[in-house]
Design a protein around this ligand. Sequence first.
Ligand SMILES: Nc1ncnc2c1ncn2[C@@H]1O[C@H](COP(=O)(O)OP(=O)(O)OP(=O)(O)O)[C@@H](O)[C@H]1O
Length: 305
Amino acid sequence: MTNEPAAVFEAVTKSYGSVRAADGLDLTVRRGETLALLGRNGAGKSTAISMLLGLDTPDSGRISLLGGTPEQAVLAGRIGAMLQEGRAVSRVTVRELVGFVARTYPAPLPVSDALALAGLTALADRRVDRLSGGQAQRVRFAVALAGDPELIVLDEPTSALDVEARAEFWEAMHGYARRGNTVLFSTHYLEEADTAADRIVVLDAGRIVADGTSEELKRAAGGAVVSFDLAGAPSAYLSDLPGVTEVEIRGDRARLRTDDSDGTVRALAARDAIRGLEVAPLALNDVFLSLTRGRAATPETEPVR
Ligand SMILES: Nc1ncnc2c1ncn2[C@@H]1O[C@H](COP(=O)(O)OP(=O)(O)OP(=O)(O)O)[C@@H](O)[C@H]1O
């Protein structure tokens, strides 16, 4: 393995009419890491991925992939990709399909390895049009692995899957990553970025607004959440307590985001407002919301799940 990065974006911009889908992206993807591009619908994830794969060209800036251009890396079979829309294939078996794709690459994985990595060994002789959504998605993953790529790029790979199928999918992906390969995937599931990735890059309106491990992102955002039962008491004073930056009341429960949890708790204790008191570190969801706040309320954007 070399120290050369898997992929580099340098000051990459891309506009569609008046929409800036990539607005000065600078990003280095290191070899062997599993990186999540996290953002709402329309944040620019698919645009970044299309440019990385050479399917779209930046208006300005530069992208290199495995030390060369995206086209060179893709043509040499060094990249595997799973994009959002998959074409349906019928009649062939799982093994036949993966074998067929593997033969188009210069140095493919043995088909049995690709099937095993994708958790498909037991389904190898099943027709691909007779699979569940989760199984079909793992077939697409096996197809992306067929050429034995060094880097795999997955655009929202689990968006149509239920919880169990998602877990199985990530298990398969981890098997591939453990072989020293690089994975870049996009998602709008925070939980998935949190658990499946080593590194999270948060995109918003075509810009990178955060970059780090889930722990680093939470630490950088600072603070904690203090919650307690109001027990019918008034809540108007809460926003004036030490450290409190945000107050949310749900039913009879108050939830305070604070930069100084000790100070907040002391002040609540002084008012005897500590029924059901809980102090918790910030969740990735809170971090994400504060990073992307103020840009969310347009009709095309949806909250992350
Ligand atoms: N071919 C295109 N023509 C016009 N606008 C486009 C095109 N592709 C993307 N856009 C716009 O660029 C912005 C970024 O879109 P992109 O698909 O990259 O976001 P995304 O983060 O992948 O979203 P999603 O989660 O919905 O896939 C959006 O405002 C989108 O409407």
